[in-house]
Design a protein around this ligand. Structure first.
Ligand SMILES: Nc1ncnc2c1ncn2[C@@H]1O[C@H](COP(=O)(O)OP(=O)(O)OP(=O)(O)O)[C@@H](O)[C@H]1O
Ligand SMILES: [Mg+2]
Length: 364
């Protein structure tokens, strides 16, 4: 009996579902013979429910390739129980939660005769979290994410593009996974590049047909920065369409909290400074805010300081806004305008207070 347990552990660590399944079955039979029929039944029940899922999970490991470039046309990401922080407005957060619940309760809804169609189109500015949301949904539902690489799909041979599209949908069909078409507009963009309009129409039609038959019983997410490039016919295929916009002040504060987590900060407890920062960061994407905070954190560590300071973030924000066009006068003015005391400005720049005042007077 101990041998079976050992083999199950080995199988689990090697993600070998078949090994786990066959040794669990042996174990259940032995336990049953030894007289513990209750435990034996419990093991049988646990593996019976899992077989269909685990076997098709294994199938997810052999991914299709483009016949010409030999590049993989999909990547599979298995959820790892990671905590993915996504900060969204209340309304959008609620819509994403609704979608997750529809996916989680899909089989119950179907059993009750309720038709569900789980297809979600995310559109909006770059760096606002479309790809992150797809990963978050995968974590929340426990379903692997099959990410279609549209750069690899749009093959130089039109025939291959249509074939690649079909391969992707066939690959994800009837498997416990979410098909994620990222940078979805790549197909539409090809309009200017390689194909005649008529040829491209055929590719788009094949895409539409695939979406139609796929979305009925599978889960589909698509994301694009360029909604204007998508055909109207494509929009209609998705039963949930969400615009992911730039964060507002409330969300910016939450993003600052998330990105500074684990660092000692004083400005996060200073309402006035926090308010100022959130106003200065309006119009920035979460990805921009992450870059600014990460740069500020890096400078803090490099300079051997313990605390991430308000002026560190302001300095990085200023550099972010004026890439390639930095002057010390302007930076001094920016810090001064945003409430950093002149003595602190002098100290961090290694100049005298008199010089700080000189710079400021020059600006007048
Ligand atoms: N709403 C958000 N909440 C928390 N972090 C975010 C959010 N949006 C973006 N990020 C951070 O910014 C990075 C980039 O975001 P992501 O790739 O999801 O954006 P995107 O909308 O897919 O951008 P693109 O249109 O360029 O593909 C992510 O690694 C994530 O850490
Ligand atoms: Mg993205």
């Amino acid at each position: 009996m101990y041998t079976e347990i050992l083999r199950i552990i080995e199988g689990g660590l090697a993600k070998d579902a078949r090994k786990v399944y066959s040794y669990s079955k042996l174990l259940a039979e032995k336990i049953g013979k030894d007289g513990d029929s209750k435990m034996s039944k419990m093991i049988f029940r646990a593996i019976e429910n899992r077989t269909a899922t685990t076997v098709s999970m294994d199938e997810l490991l052999t991914t299709p390739v483009d016949p010409e470039s030999r590049l993989n046309i999909v990547d599979v990401e298995v959820p790892s129980n990671e905590d993915i922080p996504v900060i969204l407005s209340k309304l959008i957060d609620a819509k994403i939660t609704d979608f997750i619940n529809m996916v989680k309760y899909q089989s119950q809804l179907i059993q009750k005769g309720i038709e569900t169609s789980n297809s979600l189109l995310l559109y909006g500015n770059p760096g606002c979290g479309k790809t992150t949301i797809a990963k978050y949904i995968s974590e929340q539902t426990g379903l692997p994410l099959v990410i279609a690489r549209f750069d690899a799909i749009v093959s130089s041979l039109l025939g291959n593009t249509a074939k690649n599209i079909r391969k992707i949908f066939d690959f994800a069909d009837n498997k416990p996974c979410i098909l994620f078409l990222d940078e979805f507009d790549a197909i539409a963009k090809a309009r200017d590049d390689q194909y005649e309009l008529g040829e491209l129409k055929r590719v788009i039609n094949s895409l539409l047909q695939n979406i139609d038959s796929f979305a009925k019983q599978n889960i589909l997410i698509a994301a694009t920065n360029h909604p204007e490039l998508l055909d109207k016919a494509i929009w209609r295929r998705f039963n949930t369409v969400i615009e992911i916009g730039l964060p507002q002040e409330d969300e910016i504060i939450k993003l600052l909290k998330t990105f500074t987590d684990g660092f000692s900060t004083e400005f996060m407890h200073d309402d006035k400074r926090l308010d100022r920062l959130s106003k200065l960061l309006i119009e920035k994407s979460p990805s921009d805010i992450k870059t600014i905070i990460n740069n500020a954190k890096a400078q803090t560590v490099i300079n051997g300081r313990e605390t991430l300071q308000y002026e560190d973030v302001l300095t990085e924000l200023f550099e972010f806004n004026h890439r390639g066009n930095l002057t010390i006068e302007k930076l001094v003015e920016f810090l001064n305008d945003n409430g950093v005391p002149q003595a602190s400005i002098a100290e961090r720049m290694g100049i005298s207070i008199r010089q700080v005042r000189n710079y400021l007077n020059k600006q007048l």
